[in-house]
Design a protein around this ligand. Sequence first.
Ligand SMILES: *[C@@H]1O[C@H](CO)[C@@H](O)[C@H](O)[C@H]1NC(C)=O
Ligand SMILES: *[C@@H]1O[C@H](CO)[C@@H](O)[C@H](O)[C@H]1NC(C)=O
Length: 890
Amino acid sequence: MASAQWPCLILALFSVLVASGFPRSHARLLEKRSLLEGEVNGIDVYSTKISCKVTSRFAHNVVTTRAVNRADTAKEVSFDVELPKTAFITNFTLTIDGVTYPGNVKEKEVAKKQYEKAVSQGKTAGLVKASGRKLEKFTVSVNVAAGSKITFELTYEELLKRHKGKYEMYLKVQPKQLVKHFEIEADIFEPQGISTLDAEASFITNDLLGSALTKSFSGKKGHVSFKPSLDQQRSCPTCTESLLNGDFTITYDVNRESPANVQIVNGYFVHFFAPQGLPTVPKNVVFVIDISGSMHGRKMEQTKDALLKILDDVKEEDYLNFILFSGDVITWKDNLVQATPENIQEARTFVRNIQDQGMTNINDGLLRGISMLNKAREEHRVPERSTSIIIMLTDGDANTGESRPPKIQENVRNAIGGKFPLYNLGFGDNLNFNFLESMALENHGIARRIYEDSDANLQLQGFYEEVANPLLTSVEVEYPENAILDLTKNTYQHFYDGSEIVVAGRLVDKDMNNFKADVKGHGAINDLTFTEEVDMMEMEKALQKQDYIFGNYIERLWAYLTIEQLLEKRKNALGDEKENLTAQALDLSLKYHFVTPLTSMVVTKPEDNENQMAIADKPGEGPVDVVPPSMAYLNSYQSPLTPYYYVDGDPHFIIQVPEKDDAICFNIDEEPGTVLSLIEDPITGFTVNGQIIGDKRGSPNSETRKTYFGKLGIANTQMDFWIEVTTEKITLWNAAAQSTFSWLDTVTVTQDGLSVTINRKKNIVVSFGDGVTFVVVLHQVWKKHPVHQDFLGFYVVDSHRMSAQTHGLLGQFFHPFDFKVSDIHSGSDPAKPHATMVVKNHRLTVTRGSQKDYRKDVSIGTKVDCWFVHNNGQGLIDGVHSDYIVPDLF
Ligand SMILES: *[C@@H]1O[C@H](CO)[C@@H](O)[C@H](O)[C@H]1NC(C)=O
Ligand SMILES: *[C@@H]1O[C@H](CO)[C@@H](O)[C@H](O)[C@H]1NC(C)=O
C-alpha cells in the first residue's frame, strides 16, 4: 500500500581513474558519448543480464552490463537502470579491466560532500532521479580507455507488495542497441507454493517473441527467462535498432489455503497474513472532490468518468456521499445514504452535472466530510458493523479558507481522532504532495499520485478497487509477550481483499520450541482471531530441505520493512523524535547496505576512509597462546596437501613438514620496532618483512610482554611492486603510483599477473600468478582491551614458484628438510611432553604444543599441533635470530 516517493538518491562515483594506482594511459582525449548511439562509436555493449531472485516476496535483483571500448580513444560509457521507487539499491560495483571498485553505503551528508567534490573536479558521477510513475532512474557515466573493458553491476532489493491479488515486479528494459547476450532470468521461491505466474513485455506480444520467453512454475518454484537473440531484438529484419524498450512485468500469487504463513530463519521471522473467503465489511464512503477552476477540462472529465465507474461498483449495503469543494463546499446529500439502486441513479446524475469553479478550500471540504461520517456513526444511521473511509481528491494547494497546511493537518487530525482512514489522491504535479502524504499517513491512510495522462480515470478507479473490499477492520497481530523484539507495524485499520499484511521481527530466544501468533480483527459478521502456530523443529526441517535462494532474506526483509516504516513515521515527527527515528533508520541503512533517503552509495578511491563507519569490535578476539594439547590429539592433525608456513600471534612461527605429517614451531622475541626478514628470494625478487609491535602495557620484560606483527611489507623489486599492510590500511605502490585501501573495503585489484583481494575486515590475499600466494590475516581486538591491540598474521599458501635460494625466517623452510623426534617423555606439565629433535645437525630439546591457523576463521582458528623449538628457534633456523633483523620494511 505504500506510495511513498523516495526523494532523489545520490550516487557518487569519482576518482575511479586515479584510484587503482597503476599507471594507465587514461589521460586520453575525453569524448562524450552514450550508449544511445550504439556500436558505431566503438563502444560494444556485449552483455546485459538482469537476474532476479525472489524469496518470500523479497526480491534481490542484479543488473550486469558489460562493454568494451573498441575505439582507439577513451570514451564515456553510461549505464542507466530504472528501478522501482520502492526498491533500495544495495550494491554497485564497477570493474575496469579486472579492477573492481565496490560501492560503499555512507550517510548522505558525508557522501554528498564527496560527490560535490567529485563533480567540482570534473570527475564522473551518477545519480538516481525520479522517472515516471513507478520507477526512478540510476545513471552513471564512466570514461573508459581505448581497448578497456568495463562491467557495471547494480543490485537492488524490494519487498513485493500484494495489490489486487498479485505481486508485481517491473523491470524496465531499454538496451538502446542490439546486445549479443541479453537476458532476464527470474527465480521465484515461495514456501506457500505458487498459484499463478505470468510474464509479459509491453513492447511486443508474447507470440512474436516465441522461444525467447519462457515461464513456468511448479510447487514452490517459479521461473521466467527472456533471452531474445540478436535477430529477435531487431525492430525489423534488417534494422540495427532494438525493439526492446518498455516494461517487462512478472506477476504471480501464492496459494492461499492457509490465511497466514510464518517463516523463521536465524532468529528473524516474517508473518504474512491474507485470509480469503471472508465477506466484505460494509463501508461508509465519503468522496471529497476538488472542483476548483484548475480541474477544468480533461481532469474534470476524467474524474467524473472515474466516479461514474466507481458508482457501478458500489455495493448495495454500502453508504456514501459526495462533497465537492472549491471556494465553497457543496454536498450531494445532507447525510450519508445507502447505495440503493435509486440513490445510485440519483448520484450519477449529480456527478454528471458537476461544474468546475473558483478556489480550493481543502480544509472545509475535508472537515465537512469527517463530521458527516462522525455524525452518521453517532446517530446510528449506518450499520454497527460497518467501516468508514474518506477519499479526497485534489489537483492543487489550498488557497482559500484555512490554507496553512499545518493548521489543516491539525484540524483534520482532531476531527478524525484516529477513527477511520483518510486517503488523499493528488491529481497532477501542481500540488504539495508531501502535505497530502503527511496528512494521510497521520490518519492511517496513504496518499497516491494520479498522473495526468489519458488513463487518469483508470488510475482513480484502480485506487478505489484496492480499498473497495475491507474484509477485516481493527486488525491486530499479537505475539506472546516478551518473546519478540523489534517488531514492525502490527496494527492495521483495515485488511483489504487482494492485499496482504506483513509483520516481521526478531525472536528473543532463537531456540524457542514453538512460535505462536494471533491475528485479531472485526469481520462483517463477527470478530475473528486467526492463530498461527509454528513447530520450530518442523520449520527447521522444512528449511533444510529447501535451498533457500539467499540465506538471510528474512533478516533483510525485516530491515527493509523497518526502515520503510521508520522513514514513513519520520515524515510526521518533530524534534527529538524525528532525530531518533532518523538515527535508527540511518543505522539500519548503513548496517544492511541500503541506499535510502538517508544514505548514498559511494564508489570511491578507498583510501578516503575518514568518514567510514566505526569499526565494531567484539571482545574475545585477542591473540591465543600456545594451547596445551591432550595426548589424544597428538597425531590427530590432518595435514593439508601442500606444505605451508605461517607466522601469527605472539609471533609464533609454524613450519609444516608434509613428509613427516608434522609441524615445527618457534617464537621470536624481539623489541617492538624491530623488522624481521620472513622471506627473501634473490632469484624471483620477492621479499617479505614484518615489523614487531608490543602490547599496550609496553612492558620491557620479555618474559611477560606480548609482541605481534603490526606491519608487513611485501615487495617484488623486479616487478616494481610494493605492498605495505598495517592494522589500519593497505598501501600499494606500482612504479610511481600509490593506492591506499582501508580494511573496511572489499576490493580486488588485478594487474599483470598480480592480484590483491582485500576481504573487508578479514584478510588480504596476494597472488603472483600461479605459484606464489600469501594471505595476511587481520586480528581485531576489542578496542578497550587493557593489553592487546590489533595485529597481523602472515600465511604462505603457495610458494612453489620461489627459488631454492629463498631465505628468511619462513623462506628457508620452503625447500625440503628432515628432522627426527625421539625420546618422548613427559615434562613438568603432563600435557606438554618433551622430546629430542635432530634437525640441521643439531640436537634440540623440544616440547609438544599447538598453535592456531586463522586463515579460515579469524576468531576461532584451527588447531595445529607442533614441536616447539625453544630460545627463538635456535638450532632450527640458520644462524641466530638476530641475523634476520633488517633495517626497514622494504
Ligand atoms: C557487491 O557486489 C560485489 C560484486 O558482485 C560483491 O563482491 C560484494 O560482496 C557485494 N557487496 C555487498 C555488500 O553485498
Ligand atoms: C530512540 O528512542 C528509543 C526509546 O525512546 C531508545 O531506546 C533508542 O535508543 C533511541 N535510539 C536512538 C538511535 O537514539
